[in-house]
Design a protein around this ligand. Structure first.
Ligand code: S3P
Length: 436
């Protein structure tokens, strides 16, 4: 991998991926650790915090709200201010590129006794915020958006408990309501018809909040008691399975690969990508399964080469589980005998960029035949040709197509490769260290 004079990343075809890689911390868990430790009583030590732009945005927001956080490498010591210890910020909080920061922090701020303005970068300012502000109003929150988007003004007011049924299968929306519920008068319940990542529920429990989860009427009922107090506790963040996915697919597509990825988060609401790979005949072993701070983790060992294929359609309730892995699974699909089809994934249209358009456009640049649908795409099998790829400033698009470049015919350049700073700053070095 070489940077050319215009600072684009050039990827040349590789033989295999071999070795062991310790991957950076989970993005979703790091965000929650920064927010929840900030409102706990006492000091928490967060280990393997993801020091990438998105999670640093969350940490900076919490510091602006008066929380003392000291970072040494990937360890962050957070002196919790207690539930009612956050302080008004004289400046707007800048959520940068991070949807998780903007959505979750809106919930956290809804029940404070001060007003806050939230802003974000160009991409985040185009993404919907009304998906959180609408349900928050059921709790009595007073929030103004700008045409349903950022900048958002959160007045901070007394909240009443409420029962909220999710209209979008979104962990960000669920988490936002649960965080606001910590400040409501009584028990707030989120009804989730389609399961989404449950890191917030797990971490709230880890820190001692009164949280319960019931499964009935084909839905999950997640309740939090507004009288809950959080108690500081150390949090070990596992490696991010969404970052691992890029290396897993790269190894799967290059015969002769053997890659070890230690300490990866294996939360059942996140590990759908592993079952997809396994169903396509990829050998992935999970070793040393254990729990860390209320989250399941394990070591992954993957062998290169795909075998039989039992699937070509990914749709339905699996989609929220693999939502961040869809760009790399699209790239994987080019190597499967019947390709891959993704449906019910219109959420991809409102990610960091329109990921359906970005995946389809870039695969076509690599001369892969793709059909585009409103809610997904069908990727036909074929060997990608080296091409000039556009990341559209989206970290997962940059990384997915860098992987495609490893088994393409000819060289591939990635314009805007630096977008990987959002979730996996060392991505290109990590990849370079295991490529043979
Ligand atoms: C996230 C949830 C998902 C995911 C995002 C992180 C989270 O978004 O795409 O990268 O940490 O809760 P949605 O909840 O909007 O689907």
């Amino acid at each position: 991998m070489i940077k050319d004079t215009e600072n684009r990343m050039k990827i040349s075809p590789a033989n295999a991926l071999r070795g062991s890689l310790v991957l950076p911390g989970d993005k979703s868990i790091s965000h929650r650790a920064a927010m929840l430790a900030s409102i706990a009583n006492g000091t928490s030590r967060v280990e393997n915090f993801l020091t990438a732009e998105d999670c640093l945005s969350t940490l900076a927001c919490m510091q602006q709200l008066g929380v003392e956080a000291r970072r040494t490498g990937t360890t962050v010591e957070i002196a919790g201010a207690g539930k009612h210890g956050l302080r008004v910020s004289s400046e707007p909080l800048d959520c940068g590129n991070s949807g998780t920061t903007a959505r979750l922090i809106t919930g956290l701020l809804a029940g404070q006794n001060f007003q806050t303005t939230l802003i974000g970068d160009e991409s985040l300012s185009k993404r919907p915020m009304n998906r959180v502000t609408r349900p928050l109003k059921a709790l009595g929150a007073e929030i103004d958006t700008t045409d349903g988007k950022l900048p958002v003004n959160v007045a901070g007011s007394a909240l009443n408990a409420a029962e909220v049924r999710l209209e979008v299968a979104s962990a960000q929306v669920k988490s936002c309501i649960l965080l606001a519920g910590l400040y409501a008068d009584g028990k707030t319940t989120v009804i989730e018809p389609v399961e989404t990542r449950d890191h917030t529920e797990r971490m709230l429990k880890w820190l001692g909040a009164d949280v319960s989860v019931e499964i009935r009427e084909n839905a999950r009922f997640i309740s939090v008691d507004g009288a809950s107090e959080l108690t500081a506790r150390d949090i070990q963040v596992p490696a991010d399975i969404s970052s691992a996915a890029f290396l897993l697919v790269a190894a799967a597509c290059l015969k002769g690969s053997e890659l070890v990825l230690p300490n990866v988060g294996l939360n059942p609401t996140r590990k759908g990508v592993l079952s997809v790979l396994e169903r396509c005949g990829v050998k992935v072993q999970v070793k040393n399964e254990r729990e860390a701070s209320g989250e399941p983790v394990g070591d992954l060992v993957i062998e290169g080469g795909t075998g039989k294929q039992e699937l070509s359609l990914l749709a339905g309730p699996l989609i929220p589980n693999i939502i961040d892995e869809i760009p790399i699974l699209a790239v994987f699909g080019t190597q499967l005998p019947y390709g891959i089809e993704i449906r019910n994934a219109s959420e991809l249209r409102v990610k960091e960029t329109d990921r359906i358009a970005a995946v389809v456009g870039n695969l076509r640049r690599m001369k892969i035949d793709v059909d585009e649908f409103d809610d997904g795409f069908r990727v036909h099998p074929g060997r990608p040709e080296g091409a000039e790829i556009e990341s559209f400033g989206d970290h997962r698009i940059a990384m997915a197509f860098a992987v495609a470049g490893l088994f393409a015919g000819g060289d591939t350049t990635i314009n805007g490769h630096e977008a990987c700073e959002i979730s996996f700053p060392s991505f290109f070095d990590a990849l370079g260290s295991v490529v043979t």
